[in-house]
Design a protein around this ligand. Structure first.
Ligand code: ADP
Ligand code: RBF
Ligand code: MG
Length: 383
């Protein structure tokens, strides 16, 4: 795919929390425990106010919102010491390891620039294989006069990399970080960590859905070499259960039937995968194994609040198969979920997705998973 070149960049400056690391779950868990001590309950509503803030700013917001009888620095000390037990469980966000390996293999200078304190950044990345060696520069908010949205952190990172701000590409999940990057005179790609927030990122030079969608060649950086015929291979992942009745929208609205699986018990797996279009193999008890293309989404059209998973089995069935056990082996990614101007354009795109999936699944790389034991369901109750 030819991509228009935006600007030539020589280095990449990355934010950490919410951009490379999924620290969101840890943050909520620790705050929940912390607030219980004061008889309060964390409801996650403050999340959007906190994204991208420095530790003391976070503390100020929560202490005030919950009316806590403690000082900001007491909050920081206590909450941050609770974090340390959770850091080893923090996972890299989708595409983070791939991006770090890619840039580092090609010798692109990389810095980490975070509103966290330097010591926290270092302990966070110590659990991620190969990260510490990949970043020649790390800047925390305690190393500059003011944290993001001030440009200081990014300017300091460019300075230590010996790079011009104008040839530095920033990758950020928070609006605060985007503002900081632009104030530093840098190009900024936003990867919003909260869904449905694209409209808040107008200052960014580009907004992408996840790191999987970054096209470094747009910025004059070496392109990823791992796309194969419009698909990005992944380690296989597995979802299964009885087919439940959805809202009948697939067949009625799009003319494309999509089997609904209850996502109960799969919220962890789904949260690890960005919304978008994926493909793989589907095993249906008593029937067989079929090619499959599916969407995972916070569906913009229906405005649903939960991620749904909607596999389209690429086969003509004579009847419905509600309650039957359906197992999916998902082997690759095609594209992010998008908003389409009309149903016709959405439908055309889904048919294009089908063709991409159908062709790709004949490649040995993907066809071998057709024999995955998970797809051979023997009893209708399944495992
Ligand atoms: P709902 O979402 O309410 O289940 P849909 O209109 O999306 O209804 O249709 C999905 C149902 O259609 C599936 O649950 C399944 O029983 C049936 N179906 C028939 N052909 C297919 C297919 N090729 N892929 C997925 N589901 C199919
Ligand atoms: N709906 C969207 O609004 N945006 C999309 O990008 C999108 N991609 C889809 C891709 C596939 C392969 C399938 C099967 C459906 C897709 N949908 C998309 C439709 C969505 O999942 C849902 O089925 C419809 O909105 C009707 O409920
Ligand atoms: Mg459906």
């Amino acid at each position: 795919m030819a991509q228009p070149l935006k600007k030539l960049m020589s280095c990449v400056i990355l934010d950490l929390d919410g951009t490379l690391l999924n620290t969101d779950g840890m943050f909520s868990e620790v705050l929940k425990t912390f607030l219980v001590k004061y008889g309060k309950e964390w409801d996650g509503r403050e999340k959007h106010k906190i994204v991208g803030k420095t530790p003391l700013e976070e503390a100020a917001i929560i202490v005030e919102d919950y009316g806590l009888p403690c000082a900001k620095h007491e909050f920081v000390n206590e909450v941050y010491s609770m974090f340390s037990d959770h850091l080893c469980k923090v996972k890299a966000l989708p595409g983070a390891n791939r991006l770090i390996k890619h840039l580092s293999c090609h010798g692109v200078p990389m810095a980490l620039a975070s509103n966290s304190h330097r010591a926290t950044i270092e302990s966070k990345i110590s659990y991620q294989h190969g990260w510490n060696e990949s970043f020649s520069v790390i800047v925390g908010s305690d190393e500059v006069r003011t944290g993001k949205p001030s440009p200081d952190i990014f300017l300091e990172a460019a300075k230590r990399l010996n790079m011009e701000p104008s040839s530095s590409l920033v990758i950020e999940d928070s609006v605060i970080g985007v503002v900081a990057g632009k104030a530093a005179g840098m190009e900024v790609v936003a990867v919003p960590s909260l869904p449905k927030q694209t409209h808040r990122y107008t200052a960014a030079d580009e907004v992408i859905n996840s790191l999987l969608d970054l096209r470094p060649e747009k910025w004059g950086l070496p392109p990823f070499q791992d796309w194969i015929e419009g698909t990005l291979p992944s380690e296989p992942w597995y979802i299964g259960g009885p087919v439940v009745k959805g809202l009948g929208r697939g067949s009625k609205v799009l003319g494309i039937p999509t089997a609904n699986l209850s996502t109960e018990g799969y919220s962890d797996v789904l949260s690890e995968h960005p919304s978008g279009v994926y493909f793989g193999w589907a095993g249906l008890s008593t029937r067989g194994v079929y090619k499959m293309v599916m969407s995972i989404g916070w569906n913009p059209y229906f405005d649903n609040a939960e991620k749904t998973i909607e596999p389209w089995l690429l086969h003509e069935f004579d009847e419905d198969f509600y309650d039957e056990e359906l197992h999916l082996v998902i082997v690759g990614y095609i594209r992010p979920e998008a908003n389409f101007p009309s149903l016709e354009t959405l439908i055309a795109k889904i048919h294009e997705d089908r063709k991409v999936a159908e062709r790709a699944l004949d490649l040995p790389l993907y066809s071998k998973y057709r024999d995955d034991p998970y797809l051979k369901i023997t009893s209708s109750k399944g495992q």
